[in-house]
Ligand binder design. Structure first.
Ligand code: NAD
Length: 260
């Protein structure tokens, strides 16, 4: 379905981003991976995608807190593959604390990675997309892009900002063949969430399983995690022809979290 297209997925060495990269590769798209992690493990993943799906996969180590590295990553993608057709802004981190205890450097890092990096990637990718009259921008926001929780001031501010950015970009590119949408997942069991569960278990003295159930049931009517590959499938749908008139939307995939 996406043969001949190129997708750049930020933060795709782990969790949701990796599942999205796999979903695009499965559809025949070439992929540019990005994110941190063990060099050998990343190379194994990159080579594995090429072998399994017969596509071209490359890796950029660009740090999403560094605008110059982000611009270089976008131009390297265009140079390597001839175009950047699908941009998925997925890299993200979390920090949990009340605002009065929230370290300033954590605020700066969450805003840089979860919000500003998308401004920088879109700013760099948009001219090529407009020129080619085709582009798909998919921003991985969160249920926290639509509603709040305590102790997540930076994350909630960044994700609400990302949903706002999605709307502006959608409007600006509405007649250039470029769509921009957000995906708003609820709980997905990835390293980002596992850390929150482990921290809760440490603080409460309860078992990890008990805290897993508590975490889910505090927020979601559906007491199960969304699978990363289901987010990949939604991203593939938004990149396809059937979604050509969907733009400026925020898609919840959250077990009913924001329905309440
Ligand atoms: P994860 O920790 O498994 O993956 C995060 C990825 O971002 C990794 O590849 C990491 O290397 C990369 N990254 C972190 N800092 C970076 C930086 N400075 N530069 C480049 N890459 C960097 O997390 P995840 O749960 O897969 O989260 C992916 C996205 O989904 C995030 O934006 C997150 O906010 C969002 N999200 C996750 C959940 C969930 O329940 N897991 C729910 C809603 C939204």
């Amino acid at each position: 379905m996406l043969k001949g297209k190129t997708a750049l997925i930020t933060g795709s060495t782990s969790g949701i981003g990796l599942a999205i990269a796999r979903a695009f590769a499965k559809e025949g798209a070439n992929v540019m991976l990005n994110g941190f992690g063990d060099k050998d493990a990343i190379e194994k993943e990159r080579a594995g995608l090429e072998k399994e799906f017969g596509i071209k996969a490359r890796y950029s180590a660009a740090d999403m807190t560094k605008p110059a590295e982000i611009a270089d990553m976008v131009s390297a993608t265009e140079k390597e593959f001839g175009a950047l057709d699908i941009l998925v802004n997925n890299a993200g981190i979390q920090h949990v604390a009340n605002i009065e205890d929230f370290p300033v450097e954590k605020w700066d890092a969450v805003i840089a990675i979860n919000l500003s990096s998308s401004f920088h990637t879109i700013r760099a990718a948009m001219p090529g997309m407009k020129k080619r009259k085709w582009g798909r921008i998919i921003n991985i926001a969160s249920a926290h892009g639509l509603v709040a929780s305590t102790q997540k001031v930076a994350y909630v501010a960044a994700k609400h900002g990302l949903v706002g950015m999605t709307k502006v970009v959608a409007m600006e590119a509405a007649n250039d063949g470029v769509t921009c949408n957000a995906i708003c997942p609820g709980w997905v069991l990835t390293p980002l969430v596992q850390k929150q569960i482990d921290d809760r278990a440490k603080a409460s003295g309860k078992s990890v399983r008990d805290e897993e159930i508590a975490l889910l049931s505090e927020k979601q009517p559906m007491h199960k995690f969304t699978k990363p590959e289901n987010i990949g499938a939604l991203a593939v749908f938004l990149a396809g022809d059937a979604a050509e008139s969907i733009t400026g939307s925020a898609y919840s995939i959250d077990g009913g979290w924001v329905a309440q």
